[in-house]
Design a protein around this ligand. Sequence first.
Ligand SMILES: [Zn+2]
Length: 359
Amino acid sequence: MKWSIPVGEFRGIKVYIHWTFLLLLTWIGFSSYRVAKSTEQVWLSLGYIISLFACVVLHEFGHALTARRYGIKTKDITLFPMGGMARMEKMPESPGAEFVVAIAGPLVNVVIAGLLFLYMYFSPTLYRLGFPTGAMTAEQFLPSLFLVNVIMAVFNLIPAFPMDGGRILRALLSLKFERAKATAIAANLGQFIAIGFILLGLFYNIWLVFIGIFIYLGAGAEASQEYVQRDLSAHTVAHLLMTKFTVLKSNDALGAALRALLDSQEREFLVAENEQITGVLTRDEMLAGLSQFGQNVQIGKIMRRDIRFLPPQMPVTEALQIMTALNIPMLPVGYPGQLLGVIDIENISEYLLIQKAMR
Ligand SMILES: [Zn+2]
């Protein structure tokens, strides 16, 4: 994630703070400093912020470590003002796993709240529930932390993407409906709730408007991603391969490639060396090569050689993953020595547009 500051690592999962979260912390720190009457209150406010931060991190580790039990790795955890985000390799596919992974986060907050409650209940000190109106005091520290954890649990259980409650709802709906359909229902409900938040927010609290917009966008993204996944996983590379394409020779000059680029709709070209496909020349390489070496440079010198042949029976989702990982928009289909066609990102996205229009 861009603009994030690393703060630590646990069990191979790195934790980052997004700069917007840091902004919020600074703001809370600064405003509590202004109302604080003693250095003790300033320290208490800082301690409170760090405890809040720790609760969000623990919530995310609840998801991450549960997901690990299902063999899903988490790349990292980033903290945003709206909460944390654990970036998992993939989402759990079975409804059962999704349910357990999604509920693990809010459960962490329930456990923290429960422990704080027990401690306050049996402690000789008399605690009063509520948030401080001015600076943080020692008596208000634990009740505030307790309340925040209750709020975190309840807020995350709102049945709307991208909240945990949205995933829990989808997992439950998946028992009855196909996954893309379950996602669509959960996403629609999420957007409905989001609009409710926005309307309420306009009258009561501007924060609700932000939260509403956040949920609205998240729900839409989740639904379309799920449809994309479904449309693509039903097809193999052989379905989408193109058979009309130009092959350039590696000892041709770049000028020849530029003419081919201008003459046709193609933007990337396969390159052959001794009758074998050994590279791909993309528009980016052509432009970079032109400014660096001029148009007489041999194509073989500037083409991408780190390519792979995609077998025709490979699912399109997998092909897309490989193309994204290699950061290359086109790859040959077939096997070394046996070229069947090419597949490119533009082609895949056109196919997705057609599928979307037919829904
Ligand atoms: Zn969560």
